[in-house]
Write a protein that binds this ligand. Structure first.
Ligand code: ADP
Ligand code: MG
Length: 319
C-alpha cells in the first residue's frame, strides 16, 4: 500500500479505513455515518506527517535544524504547540525523552541502514548536541531556536500521538460518538463500542508475532500507547538494537525492558511518556507515570510484568 492508497472494510455496524503514514499502518474504525469524516482524518494525518517530519527539507522543523546556532526561526502556532509539548516532556523526564535526539537517530538510521552500528567515538561526539536545553522557544515572538550548530529536532516520538488526538478531536467535533483510532499502536478511543461496551484493546506481547496479546485493556474515551523493542530493530551478533535511544549514551536504551504501555487522556502526552518511561526503566518510570497521572505497564526483559495501579486487571503475570 503506498501513501495514497486506502482501504475500507465493513466490520459489523462500523466502517474501517486503513492507510499508510508515519512509516506505519493506521486505522480508524467508526460508525458508518462517519465515513466521509474518515477521509478527512486521513488527510489530517498526511498533513501532520508532512509538516512535522524531519525528512521534509521545507518543513519548519528542518529549518530550525538548518539554522541551529545561527538564528531563531518563525513558526506557526501548531508547530509552537508541538515543540512546547515535546520540551515539557523533555523537562518532566529530565531528558529521558529528548526532543533533540535527531543527530543520534540519524546516525543509527535504525530501519534504514541495515545492521549498521556507529563507532563509539562518533556517538560520543553527539553527546553535546543531544541536549533538550538547547531548544529556546520564544512565545512572544513566535520563534524557535536551537542553540548549538549541529543540533536537530526529532518529533518521531510524539507525532503519531498528536495525529491521533487531532483525528479524535475532528471526529468528535463533527458528531461522531464511537470510534477506535489506531495509528501504528497509538490507540485513541471515542466513547464506547456501538453495543455499549467499552473498547477492548490488546497489549502486544513484545516477544510474539504482531497481534498476539498478553491481555486486553478496557478503554472509554482514553488513549493507550506502547513503546517497545519490537517496533523497529535489527539483531547483530545476537544483540538486539532498537529505535528508542537513551539520550545519555545515544545508544538503544538498555533499561531492562521489552515494552512500556501507558494509558491516559491525551495521545500526544502518552506517546511522549511511553518513550520516556521506556528509557527510564520500571523504577524511575513508574514514579513519572504516577506523577503525571497515567497508568503504565512494563514488560521486563526477564519476561515479568509490572504495572502501576489501573493495569491490575492484566491476566498474565509473565509473557
Ligand atoms: P514508535 O515510533 O514505535 O511508536 P516511540 O513513540 O517510542 O515508538 O518513538 C520512537 C521514535 O522517537 C524514534 O523513531 C525516534 O524518532 C524518536 N526517539 C527515539 N528515542 C527518543 C528519545 N529518547 N526521546 C525522544 N524521541 C526519541
Ligand atoms: Mg512515543
Amino acid at each position: 500500500m503506498n501513501a495514497c492508497e486506502r482501504k475500507y472494510k465493513r466490520i459489523g455496524d462500523s466502517m474501517q479505513i486503513s492507510f499508510q503514514a508515519f512509516g506505519t499502518y493506521n486505522q480508524i474504525m467508526a460508525e458508518v455515518d462517519c465515513l466521509p469524516l474518515l477521509e478527512e482524518c486521513r488527510s489530517l494525518c498526511e498533513a501532520i506527517e508532512a509538516k512535522f517530519s524531519a525528512f521534509q527539507p521545507t518543513s519548519a522543523i528542518a529549518e530550525i535544524s538548518a539554522q541551529a546556532g545561527i538564528r531563531p526561526v518563525a513558526i506557526d502556532e501548531e508547530t509552537f504547540f508541538m515543540l512546547k509539548r515535546a520540551q515539557d516532556f523533555s523537562n518532566l523526564s529530565k531528558g529521558a525523552f529528548d526532543i533533540t535526539i535527531r543527530p543520534a537517530t540519524a546516525l543509527w538510521g535504525i530501519g534504514k541502514k541495515g545492521d549498521y552500528v556507529p563507532d563509539s567515538q562518533d556517538l560520543e561526539q553527539l553527546n553535546e548536541l543531544v541536549d533538550y536545553k538547547g531548544l529556546v522557544l520564544d512565545q512572544k515572538n513566535g520563534t524557535a531556536m536551537l542553540q548549538k550548530a549541529g543540533q536537530q529536532i526529532d518529533l518521531g516520538g510524539i507525532a503519531k500521538g498528536y495525529a491521533a488526538d487531532k483525528a479524535r478531536d475532528h471526529l468528535v467535533q463533527k458528531g461522531c460518538s464511537s470510534a477506535l483510532i489506531n495509528f501504528g499502536g497509538n490507540i485513541a478511543t471515542i466513547g464506547e463500542k456501538q453495543n455499549g461496551e467499552s473498547w477492548q484493546v490488546g497489549v502486544q506481547n513484545p516477544l510474539a508475532k504482531r497481534g498476539e496479546f498478553i491481555g486486553t485493556v478496557s478503554l472509554t474515551d482514553q488513549t493507550m500507547v506502547t513503546s517497545g523493542v519490537n517496533e523497529r530493530f535489527f539483531i547483530r551478533d545476537g544483540k538486539r538494537y532498537h529505535h528508542i535511544l537513551d539520550p545519555r549514551t545515544c545508544r538503544p536504551a538498555d533499561s531492562s525492558l521489552l515494552s512500556v504501555t501507558v494509558v491516559g487522556n491525551r495521545s500526544i502526552d502518552m506517546d511522549a511518556l511511553s518513550t520516556a518511561l521506556f528509557v527510564l526503566g520500571p523504577d524511575e518510570g513508574s514514579k513519572l507515570a504516577i506523577q503525571t497521572g497515567c497508568h503504565a505497564l512494563f514488560i521486563l526483559t526477564n519476561r515479568e510484568i509490572f504495572a502501576t495501579e489501573g493495569f491490575t486487571k492484566m491476566p498474565k503475570r509473565k509473557v
